[in-house]
Design a protein around this ligand. Structure first.
Ligand code: NAX
Length: 336
């Protein structure tokens, strides 16, 4: 017999990431083939029709695991009894918009959503923030939900992680499955640091394999700085320039992998996720920062004790400084 359905709320469900997420979740790709799901699609009034259309198509798939779909534009309805919430809907940056304006607009979304989660979500709620600026939006949502333990809020850097894995595999002409130990540190932004210092390819240190591939450690280091890091950090812009719109299926895939690995565990395999810092690696407590993590017992745990050399430290510090500045801006707006 199947267990009781898990209630999954997706905000921005009428958008392009939402459309790439819903069918895979309903097919059991996020929580496994034995867990029925009840989907709640939360939109703003302008997005309700698109979400309703997706709900009709979900019905037409006759997914055996899909226990129901509801569409709402009221967070108190959309988050009611939610076990998992994927906060995808956000205010996009438009031409001429300053960073502070963007943060203010999103504070107006994620603060009230946090408050609604606080009021009506299930006791075991876990919240993934996808909508940008994802790390700081997660911080805002957590601040709006004082009754929910802060560590239940995470933000998506898994897409950056997966991009880094794929770029490393391509450079080494190795299967993706042979790559382990890649880490994304910091903010989901251009300041993020994609780190391969602790990565391996088929069990061999990735730095050794890169030195062989590029003809020495210095050449490998130059490739990492000049090609790999900017490629991973700017990949979103590259997708926009080629596809004409932003990453959707790959972002949805990463969100599914993030939640799956959190809920079902990674068996010790390292991935990356932005989680609330408790001071690991000197990152100020309370910031939502990307770290190397393992999924275990329904949560992410930061992998501690990795050495960061001077350059890595400087890169992490720069990204953390950006997170601190975002937090200060949001504080000055009264949203924290
Ligand atoms: P779309 O514009 O296609 O969809 C967004 C949807 O959210 C719209 O249907 C809109 O009506 C809805 N929405 C807006 N405000 C809402 C609110 N207050 N409550 C509920 N729904 C709301 O954007 P899409 O391409 O799906 O991207 C969604 C977000 O993901 C954006 O903020 C985007 O920047 C972010 N991304 C984050 C990534 C990450 O790795 N963390 C990567 C992909 C993506 O760029």
């Amino acid at each position: 017999m199947h267990p009781a359905p898990t209630t999954v709320t997706i905000t921005g469900a009428g958008g392009q990431i939402g459309y790439a997420l819903l069918f895979r979740i309903a097919a059991g790709e996020m929580l496994g083939p034995d867990r029925p799901v009840r989907l709640r699609l939360l939109e703003i009034p302008q997005g309700v029709k698109a979400a309703e259309g997706a709900a009709l198509e979900l019905q037409d798939c006759a997914f055996p695991l899909l226990a129901g779909v509801e569409v709402s534009d009221d967070p108190r309805v959309g988050f009611d009894g939610a076990d998992l919430a994927l906060l995808v809907g956000a205010r996009p940056r438009t031409a001429g918009m300053e960073r502070a304006d963007l943060l203010a607009a999103n504070a107006g979304i994620f603060g009230p959503q946090g408050a609604a989660l606080n009021e009506v979500a299930a006791d075991g709620i876990r919240v993934l923030t996808v909508g940008n600026p994802a790390n700081t939006n997660a911080l805002i949502a957590a601040a709006g939900a004082p009754g929910i333990p802060r560590d239940r809020f995470t933000a998506l850097t898994r897409l950056d992680h997966d991009r880094a894995v794929a770029q490393l595999a391509a450079a080494l002409d190795a299967p993706v499955a042979d790559i382990a130990g890649v880490a994304i540190w910091g903010n989901h932004s251009a300041t993020q640091f994609a780190d391969v210092a602790h990565a391996s390819v088929a069990g061999r240190p990735a730095l050794d394999a890169l030195a062989d591939r590029f003809g020495g450690a210095d050449a490998a280091s130059a490739w990492l700085d000049d090609v790999f890091l900017p490629r991973v950090a700017q990949r979103g812009a590259e997708i926009i320039s080629v596809r004409g719109s932003s990453s959707a299926a790959s972002a949805a895939n990463a969100a599914i992998a993030h939640v799956r690995d959190q809920v079902l565990g990674t068996g010790g395999r390292r991935v990356s996720a932005a989680v609330v810092s408790t001071g690991q690696y000197g990152v100020p407590e309370g910031l939502v920062c990307s770290f190397p993590v393992v999924g275990e017992s329904g949560d992410y745990r930061v992998v501690e004790g990795l050495d960061l050399d001077e350059r890595a430290r400087a890169r992490l510090d720069a990204s953390v400084a950006e997170l601190v500045a975002e937090r200060e801006t949001v504080r000055s707006l009264g949203a924290l």
